[in-house]
Design a binder for this molecule. Structure first.
Ligand code: MG
Ligand code: MG
Length: 271
C-alpha cells in the first residue's frame, strides 16, 4: 500500500533528507587518498547524531555500519573497512538518517583524485539519468514512466542498468511501496499520487547489468568487474510536480562545483 504524506509530514521528511544531504557534504571535504571508509563512517555517525538524528542504516536488517560505501566495481551495500581509498577510485556513499520518525535516504558517487575519463562519463550520465527519472515523477504518470526514462537515457549510452536493486517509497519506513525500478515500460505500474515520497536511485554499470554478491551477504558488485555508479534523491510529489527533499548542494559547496541542476525541482532555498 502506498502511504501518502501530509504537507506537515513532508516538511519533517525534508528535515531528515537535509541531515543526510549535510552529512554527504561534510564527507565530501574528507574524502581523499589514504582515508579509510571506516573513518568516514565514524565521522558520519557522529555528525548524524550531533544533528539530533539516528543513523538510518545502522542495525537495519543487521547492517553493521552507518554508511553503505561501495568503491569502484561495488554497486551498493559495501561495508566500511580499513582499506584506504586510492587516487583514481570512485565510491558510492549511501546514507540514511531517522529523525521525527521519518527517514532520509540519499547517495552520491564521489571521485577520488584523477578518475578515468570513461568512468567520469558514467558518473555524469548516471546523475543525469536520475534527473531524467525525477522529471517523470509527476501527476498522471506511473512507476514505469520514471523507470523507462532512466533505462532509456543510460542504455542509449551503452551502460548496464542493474535490475535486482531498485528505488522505493520512503517515510516512517526506509522501504515503503512502491518499488521504483530503473528499467521498465512507459505507462506501467502504480500511478503517482499527491503526497507520495520516493527515493529514486539509478544503479548503472559501465559494462553489463549483471551483478554478484560477496560472501559477506551484503556487498553487491558488477559481475564483469567494471565500475558502477549510484546517485539517489528523495523526492516528494507536491502540487502535481516533483520536489527534491534532498540536495547535492552541500557536496557541491565542499567541492567548489557550480551547478543549477536542482533548480527545476525545488521551491525553497536551502541555507
Ligand atoms: Mg540509499
Ligand atoms: Mg534508497
Amino acid at each position: 500500500m502506498i502511504i501518502t504524506k501530509t504537507k506537515e509530514e513532508i516538511e519533517l521528511m525534508r528535515e531528515s533528507a537535509l541531515i543526510v544531504s549535510k552529512t554527504l557534504g561534510m564527507l565530501a571535504a574528507e574524502i581523499k587518498p589514504g582515508v579509510t571508509t571506516l573513518h568516514l563512517d565514524k565521522l558520519a555517525e557522529d555528525f548524524i547524531r550531533d544533528h539530533g538524528a539516528e543513523p538510518g542504516f545502522l542495525g537495519m536488517y543487521d547492517f553493521p555500519n552507518s554508511l553503505c560505501m561501495s568503491p569502484n566495481a561495488q554497486v551498493v551495500h559495501g561495508i566500511p573497512n580499513e582499506k584506504p581509498l586510492e587516487d583514481g577510485d570512485i565510491i558510492s556513499i549511501d546514507c540514511g538518517a531517522l529523525k521525527n520518525d521519518f527517514y532520509g535516504d540519499h547517495a552520491y558517487t564521489f571521485e577520488i583524485g584523477e578518475v578515468a575519463q570513461e568512468t567520469r562519463e558514467l558518473l555524469k550520465a548516471t546523475k543525469e539519468s536520475l534527473y531524467e527519472g525525477i522529471r517523470e515523477f509527476k501527476n498522471g504518470n506511473r512507476v514505469g514512466d520514471v523507470a523507462y526514462a532512466i533505462q532509456k537515457y543510460t542504455e542509449d549510452r551503452g551502460y548496464g542498468v542493474v535490475r535486482e536493486l531498485v528505488g522505493h517509497g520512503l517515510g516512517r519506513k526506509m522501504h515503503e511501496a512502491p518499488n521504483m525500478p530503473n528499467y521498465g515500460k512507459r505507462g506501467r505500474g502504480k500511478k503517482f499520487k499527491e503526497g507520495m515520497v520516493v527515493a529514486i536511485e539509478p544503479m548503472i554499470n559501465l559494462g553489463t547489468h549483471r551483478i554478484k554478491q560477496l560472501p559477506d551477504g551484503w556487498t553487491i558488485l558488477t559481475a564483469d568487474g567494471k565500475p558502477s555508479a549510484h546517485f539517489e534523491h528523495d523526492v516528494a510529489l507536491i502540487n502535481g510536480k516533483p520536489e527534491l527533499l534532498s540536495t547535492f548542494s552541500y557536496i557541491y559547496a565542499a567541492l567548489g562545483i557550480e551547478s543549477d541542476e536542482e533548480d527545476e525541482f525545488k521551491t525553497q532555498v536551502y541555507d
